[in-house]
Structure formats: structure tokens, C-alpha cells
Design a protein around this ligand. Structure first.
Ligand SMILES: [Zn+2]
Length: 99
């Protein structure tokens, strides 16, 4: 009898908590009219004076090692071997010079 009494309570408490994130995510997507959402700044890489892409952390060039899904470009730093991923769209927004 105790188990039967708890089961409906768990179901009842899950439903409102599952709906709460939906209501919360609906609010931020409503941008003010005329407001242009800024794109995130690229911080993992920069374009050097030589025109090549460089790793922001160590400053060494990064080399293209592959493409995933036709949109994500995988690079590997020749200095520290860290993996850097950029989308093709983000490639045009890579800042020139190290910040
Ligand atoms: Zn590096």
C-alpha cells in the first residue's frame, strides 16, 4: 500500500519539473525587435601575419587534419598537439593577430 501511494506522487512531481525548462528556454529566444544577436568570439585560434591559422594558447600554427560532417574542421597544433575544432562558418571570423 505504501508503494502504491508513492508512485502517483513521483509522477505528479516529475511533470512540472520537466515542463519548467521549456518555459525557461522560451523566454531567452524572444529577442527584442531589431536586435541582432552577436556571434561568439573565436578564442581558440587566430590568423597570423603569414595568413596561417595559429593556436591561441601557444601561438604555433595549426594544421588541418580532417573534416567532420562536412562542416567541422579539425586542426592539430604543431606545437602542443592540442585539438582545435572550427566550423566552416567560423573560419571567416577568426581574428587576425593574437589578442
Ligand atoms: Zn598549441
Amino acid at each position: 500500500m505504501i508503494t502504491d501511494a508513492r508512485a502517483p506522487q513521483r509522477t505528479a512531481t516529475r511533470r512540472p519539473s520537466a515542463r519548467a525548462p521549456r518555459a525557461a528556454t522560451a523566454t531567452p529566444t524572444a529577442d527584442p525587435p531589431g536586435e541582432v544577436r552577436s556571434t561568439p568570439r573565436i578564442v581558440s585560434a587566430f590568423r597570423g601575419v603569414d595568413g596561417k591559422l595559429h593556436h591561441s594558447r601557444c601561438g604555433r600554427p595549426i594544421e588541418l587534419v580532417g573534416v567532420r560532417g562536412g562542416i567541422e574542421l579539425d586542426f592539430r597544433c604543431i606545437g602542443c598537439w592540442e585539438h582545435v575544432t572550427l566550423t566552416q562558418a567560423a573560419l571567416a571570423r577568426v581574428p587576425v593577430g593574437r589578442e
